[in-house]
Design a protein around this ligand. Structure first.
Ligand SMILES: Cc1cc2nc3c(=O)[nH]c(=O)nc-3n(C[C@H](O)[C@H](O)[C@H](O)COP(=O)(O)OP(=O)(O)OC[C@H]3O[C@@H](n4cnc5c(N)ncnc54)[C@H](O)[C@@H]3O)c2cc1C
Length: 407
């Protein structure tokens, strides 16, 4: 049996970031993950990249993990959004965000998930207050008046003052603890692939709203981009099954000619897209963070940023409580975290859902309205800068870590 202040189920990008932040703040933390940690660094584990908002980069700097990630991070200098095919980029019905306009060197960065995981794991190894147990699934948590006990599949138990579930969208622990969530599946699949192109991308990220859903081209290091191609769920299997040459033809049709010849490099991945939000984020001695608490459409590339904001806010609430000698598992302490994070999460989740409904169709009146809206936003400087602050994560009450300060 191990003893700690906090036990976290899930050592993904959110769970491990949270574990590191709490441990650096002086709380003895155990992070348990069902998958072997080394396997999570394999290129075959997760083909995705993440668009990290500037606030997230500040948090990773404060935690001492950014330095290891930076050589593999591609700065996003501009974002170009079009309603329809890439050829509409030059039309008035497009949006153009430029870091230079807000005097910033970059709007964010694109990093392959495996590099984010590698930097987190390397930092976790040297952290004396952090214990990482993997592979070992958490099979259940019991709550007693003075603490919690987490049961692991390998027969071990961990007792702590508080248990946190950061075990992703499908969280049996969330269900077992009696927290219900509302949600639905989108009739869309996210096809993800790395693409090599002839010309440099110059740090420009593109998002084209096609009738089936957003088609995002995210700049990676070198002459490479990551493709997040949202396709109708029933058409996706046929696309995924195409031979290399046919797939590259379909890709070129949607990609546009601005980066020269394009071809996929490596495997294609597919992710079912869904939405959910937990009705409660906390119970006595139990809290949710990351995708376990909210799963949103990747249309705005904000899911991980949102989960890391949970991690930063929960760290701040718990460290403040510990400094005051309060019980970190007490419901009134955890409610401070819920009040801080739930409204923000609902607002972003609802916003991304509405964006997807508004743009993922070919309805002529809707197209006219959204084109007008894009034209207006693009022509008004303060509106453009508002959206840039949103993309950079600089909105709402920022936790200290996201301001680049110690929690
Ligand atoms: C196509 C696509 C593109 C995206 N692009 C972006 C983007 O550009 N920017 C962005 O911010 N977000 C993006 N997202 C969202 C982002 O990927 C997720 O929000 C993020 O991965 C959630 O991290 P997490 O740690 O909460 O959950 P997960 O990554 O799901 O991690 C959960 C962890 O829990 C472990 N686990 C599960 N069950 C147990 C158990 N019983 N016991 C112990 N451990 C367990 C798992 O092994 C896993 O390691 C995208 C999502 C998709 C689908």
């Amino acid at each position: 049996m191990r003893q700690a202040d906090i036990v976290i189920s899930g050592g993904g990008m959110v769970g491990l970031s949270l574990g590191l932040a709490l441990a650096q703040g002086g709380l003895r933390t155990v992070v348990v993950d069902a998958a072997p940690m080394a396997a999570q660094l394999d290129a075959a584990f997760d083909g995705r990249v993440s668009a990290l908002a500037y606030a997230t980069i500040r948090m990773y700097r404060a935690l001492g993990v950014w330095e290891a990630m930076a050589p593999n991070a591609q700065p996003i200098r501009e974002i170009l959004v079009t309603d329809g095919a890439p050829a509409r980029a030059a039309s008035p019905f497009s949006l153009h965000f430029d870091a230079a306009e807000v005097g910033a060197p970059q709007l964010g960065a694109i990093v392959e998930n495996r590099h984010i995981r590698a930097a987190l794991q390397a930092r976790a190894e040297g952290e004396p207050n952090l214990t990482l147990i993997a592979p070992a699934a958490v099979t259940g948590v019991t709550v007693e008046p003075g603490g919690v006990t987490a049961m692991l599949a390998n027969g071990e138990t961990v007792t702590a003052m508080l248990a946190v579930a950061a075990d992703g969208r499908v969280s049996p622990l969330r269900e077992a603890m009696g927290i219900k969530s509302i949600g639905w599946s989108y009739p869309q699949t996210g096809i993800v692939a790395t693409v090599e192109h002839e010309k440099p991308h110059n740090g420009v990220a593109y998002e084209h709203f096609l009738p089936a859903g957003p088609f995002a081209i995210l700049p990676m290091t070198g002459n490479r981009s990551s493709l997040v191609w949202t396709e109708k769920k029933d058409l996706a299997p046929a696309l995924l099954a195409l031979g290399e040459a046919r797939f590259n033809d379909e890709l070129a049709n949607r990609f546009g000619a601005h980066l020269g010849a394009v071809k996929t490099a490596g495997p294609r991945w597919s992710y079912p897209l869904s939405f959910h939000i937990a009705r409660d984020f906390v119970k006595p001695r139990f809290a949710l963070a990351g995708d376990c608490a909210h799963g949103i459409h990747p249309i705005a590339g904000q899911g991980l940023n949102l989960g890391l904001k949970d991690a930063a806010a929960l760290t701040e609430v718990l460290l403040d409580a510990a400094r005051l000698g309060q019980d970190i598992g007490a419901l009134d302490v955890l409610k401070r975290y819920e009040r801080w994070r739930r409204f923000d999460s609902v607002a972003l989740a609802a916003g991304t859902d509405a964006l997807n409904r508004l743009f993922s169709n070919d309805n002529a009146p809707l197209r006219a309205i959204r084109d007008l809206g894009m034209g207006i936003v693009d022509s008004i400087g303060p509106a453009r800068r508002f959206f840039m602050r949103h993309a950079g994560g600089d909105v709402g009450k920022l936790p200290k870590l996201m301001k680049g300060e110690a929690a």
